[in-house]
Design a protein around this ligand. Structure first.
Ligand SMILES: [Zn+2]
Length: 276
């Protein structure tokens, strides 16, 4: 990609992602508690002082303040700038992917992907904190996905509805199967509600993304669970938050799914990846 305009789009998306990440920090802190995400303004958890606008610039403020409150100098968690940076990077990556799709200047799926990865970042941290995926974030993803895919269909003239539905079915079958098999102890029902919407979007893109996404969630989740068990950090009957793996699987499915499945099917996996 050598088009300077394309790079401008990617950098612009990254900057917008930083700002969205700043908002996601508020969502992560307040939604599980059922608090409003609009009011009151953010304040320092240690001294209660309101955070001024100049100290609320994503990433920059945290660095300038060296990770401490301006008023009481209590440390501000490094998680805040990390969430902002992660969201910025994901927005830029979704832009890069969208610009690289054949047949279009920019994929009409981009708006849907941006909403889903942003919600995904919030869900990952809420699941790590509270071991649940709030309905107030998961359920709106359904209409977002349906409207987003209809938009993509109208813009591109392609309607891979059957593949999208089959993929959604596959995702809910596998994730719901784990939920049933473990009697709801292995993962929460929130995962079962989230899985098909991720599968639907990946299936719309292609079988590669759908399969790679599901397999990545499965293997990375299983691998981490195994490491935690071996390290004695988790007990066998303890539920491990699975939402993060679904979200990571979705992102890997979008970014690498088509390439990895092509490589696998052509039987020259390593050379195809190396040459890409
Ligand atoms: Zn303070």
């Amino acid at each position: 990609m050598t088009d300077p305009l394309a790079w401008l789009v990617v950098v612009g998306l990254g900057a917008m992602g930083l700002i969205v990440g700043s908002f996601l920090n508020v969502v992560i802190a307040r939604v599980p508690a059922g608090a409003s995400i609009v009011r009151p303004r953010s304040s320092c958890p240690a001294c209660g002082a309101f955070i001024e606008s100049r100290d609320n610039i994503p990433l920059v403020s945290w660095l300038l303040l060296r990770g401490r409150c301006r008023h009481c100098h209590a440390p501000i968690s490094i998680r805040y700038p990390l969430v902002e940076m992660l969201t910025g990077v994901l927005w830029a990556l979704m832009g890069l992917w969208s610009l690289g799709q054949p047949g279009t200047d920019i994929s009409p799926l981009l708006p849907t992907l941006l909403v889903v990865v942003s919600a995904g970042v919030a869900l990952v941290f809420i699941d790590l904190d509270c071991h649940r995926l709030p309905d107030s974030i998961v359920l709106p993803l359904w209409p977002v996905a349906v409207v987003g895919l209809i938009f993509a269909g109208v813009m591109s003239g392609e309607w891979p509805i059957g593949r999208a539905l089959a993929s959604a079915g596959l995702w809910v079958l596998v994730i719901g199967g784990i939920w049933l098999a473990t009697g709801g102890r292995g993962m929460g029902f929130g995962d079962v509600k989230l899985a098909p919407v991720l599968g639907l979007i990946l299936g719309w893109i292609g079988w590669g993304p759908a399969a790679v996404g599901l397999a990545s969630a499965w293997f990375i989740g299983g691998g981490v669970a195994l490491v935690l068990l071996i390290a004695g950090r988790a007990r066998r009957r303890q539920a491990i938050p699975f939402g993060p793996f679904l979200v990571i699987g979705f992102i890997l499915g979008v970014l690498a799914g088509t390439m990895l499945l092509d490589a696998y099917l052509s039987g020259t996996g390593l050379s195809a990846i190396g040459g890409a």
